[in-house]
Ligand binder design. Sequence first.
Ligand SMILES: Nc1ncnc2c1ncn2[C@@H]1O[C@H](COP(=O)(O)OP(=O)(O)OP(=O)(O)O)[C@@H](O)[C@H]1O
Ligand SMILES: O=C(O)c1ccc[n+]([C@@H]2O[C@H](COP(=O)([O-])O)[C@@H](O)[C@H]2O)c1
Length: 288
Amino acid sequence: MASSSGYVTEGFTNPPNYSFPHHRLQRVMKDSTKTPVVLVACGSFSPVTYLHLRMFEMAKDYIRHNTDFEIVGAYLSPVSDMYKKPGLLNSRHRVNMCNLAAEDSGNWLMVDPWEAFQSYQRTAIVLDHFDYEVNTVLGGVQTEEGEHRSVHVMLLAGSDLISTMSEPGVWSYSDLDHILGRYGVFIIERAGSGMDQATDNLAKWRHNIYMINQLIQNDVSSTKVRLFLRRGLSVRYLLPNTVVDYIEQNGLYLDETASNSATDKGKEPAKKEPPSQSSQPQATPSGC
Ligand SMILES: Nc1ncnc2c1ncn2[C@@H]1O[C@H](COP(=O)(O)OP(=O)(O)OP(=O)(O)O)[C@@H](O)[C@H]1O
Ligand SMILES: O=C(O)c1ccc[n+]([C@@H]2O[C@H](COP(=O)([O-])O)[C@@H](O)[C@H]2O)c1
């Protein structure tokens, strides 16, 4: 349920020593006739792949050619370790790899470790956090004429993730209404997860849902990358070289049971804790 502030939570809990990354946020718009937008991709990123980075490029092309939005910022937001999805490496490594990938990707992508370094946060709350940081704390952006503009925060996700929004028991209705009604989403087509199937039950929010087809089919997934690594196969050119080097240097993903804290060579796997139903969804299998 949204609070009087319009957020689904009354206050945000920050991880220790947290500061919101905004070094690549474009504070002055190029075209004052457009609506400024920040893209937020939530997910495991275990590890981040070129497909995750391609999502942003596809959205950039789509937005430029088909909408009146202007992208002023773009973020990867890796999920908390408490999400407990199989294959979820500990957040320190996932955030480090996302940072290496973002560095490699030109000068617009950023990584927000806010949800990664704390307890599980629902996506509705994550989007509220971005809205709060960008619009309330930083004060939004300006046009070249110095006029203030509030930034529209939007979710960027693959069609497999959006399909889960029609599965009973995964997302709460009020959160869906908040995510799709207040914010909106750009959906990237994903092999094996149809766009129609993904949005059939979300028609109520159709005006805030933008569907982006993949013109070059590519079904790289983190699951496949982890499988290759366990089998001693090369993953080069499926993810940035800096990320491949990081994985090799830290001996990551060699062990099938490795998840959460079971990250470095020689470290014991962490014991799995039962999920708390109140704040944490079942990690849903996504396309692999
Ligand atoms: N090949 C792809 N095509 C379109 N979207 C993708 C693709 N890979 C990942 N995504 C999207 O990226 C976001 C984060 O994905 P996530 O980190 O869960 O990657 P994944 O490859 O699905 O992981 P895993 O294989 O571990 O389930 C999700 O919205 C997901 O739908
Ligand atoms: O907020 C929710 O209720 C919710 C329900 C299911 C999934 N999510 C988010 O969706 C993302 C799923 O990532 P993945 O790796 O399972 O595809 C992750 O960021 C989760 O926090 C969020």
